[in-house]
Design a protein around this ligand. Structure first.
Ligand code: C2E
Ligand code: CA
Ligand code: CA
Length: 277
């Protein structure tokens, strides 16, 4: 019948549109997520292997969606980038992370660095440096306690404007880290000429240590090079004793990974810092 035909059409088209609809629902929700205070930051500690102390935390965004529960950034950050929302979300992350770190310092906890992820999209904003400057002034966090994480793809571009932005950011007194180093591009050679303080060795290199000879060679090469040009290294995604042993043996000083801590709410970080770790 005509009715059944219509239903069937509706059914199939719903199936096909499912993914797009899901995306649209998420983007619409994301527009209101900021004002409805559904976004929050988790923090994952970075640990100095030798002293066992927390040297910094990376701010990692979460979306507490009223219907879907916790939505992971790998799902909604790409949508925020496509829709342009990344600019307001990115500024919110920056401000919230700096405010939080200042609060920890103000209550007398040992000062640590907070690392904030910057999307490549944010580098297209000519106001980026001014925004960071503003946030530092407003929150009164001393700049040396803010680190900005940029992706390898931004870092290797060597675009005039990117390099200029990085220099200006460094002039503010913040530090710059290259995220997921060694995962895609081989920017080892360019590292020397780039205004960066730290590299974060990619999780994919760490995960198969020390059983995969090729990853082992790359990891060693990165550690060796970084040490010789005075760039610090944080190894990401450390989950096992064996990985930690390998990194210690090759003089990687700092690690971030589930072996020590998972990303956690701010209160939990505070508790750990209070206990003197
Ligand atoms: P990322 O910047 O590389 O962040 C590290 C990710 O690795 C986090 O996932 C963290 O939970 C996870 N991780 C840390 N240690 C381990 C480990 O030992 N094992 C495993 N399997 N995973 C580990 P998360 O929080 O889901 O974030 C995913 C990505 O989303 C981030 O990757 C980053 O690219 C993006 N992201 C997160 N927060 C922000 C933000 O505020 N702004 C922007 N632009 N991107 C963000
Ligand atoms: Ca990161
Ligand atoms: Ca990373």
């Amino acid at each position: 019948s005509k009715e059944r035909g219509t239903n069937r059409y509706a059914f199939y088209s719903r199936e096909m549109r499912g993914e797009i609809q899901q995306k649209t629902i998420l983007i619409n929700g994301l527009y209101r997520a900021l004002e409805k205070q559904e976004l929050l930051l988790y923090y994952q500690p970075q640990v100095d292997i030798l002293t066992g102390r927390i040297t910094g935390v990376e701010a990692l965004i979460r979306w507490n969606h009223p219907g879907l529960g916790m939505v992971q950034p790998s799902v909604f950050i790409p949508l925020a980038e496509q829709s342009g929302l990344i600019h307001s979300i990115g500024e919110w992350v920056l401000r919230t992370a700096c405010e939080q770190n200042k609060r920890w310092q103000d209550i007398g906890l040992p000062p640590i660095r907070v690392a904030v992820n910057l999307s490549p999209e944010q580098f297209k904003n000519p106001k980026l440096v001014a925004i960071v400057k503003n946030v530092l002034e407003d929150t009164r966090l001393p700049p040396q306690y803010l680190e900005l994480e940029i992706t390898e793809s931004v870092a290797v571009k060597e675009a005039e404007t990117v390099i200029r932005s990085l220099r200006q950011l460094k002039e503010l007194g913040v530090s710059i880290a290259i995220d997921d180093f060694g995962s895609e591009y081989s920017s080892l050679g360019r590292l020397r000429s780039m205004p960066v303080d730290r590299i974060k060795m990619a999780m994919c290199l760490i995960q198969d240590l020390p059983t995969t000879p090729k990853d082992e060679a790359i990891a060693k090469a990165i550690l060796y090079l970084a040490r010789n040009i005075g760039v610090r290294v944080v190894a990401e995604g450390v989950e096992t004793e064996q990985q930690l042993e390998f990194l210690t043996r090759w003089s990687c000083r700092e690690v971030q990974g589930f072996y020590f801590y998972r990303p956690m709410p701010a209160e939990k970080v505070e508790e750990i810092l209070r206990q003197g770790q």
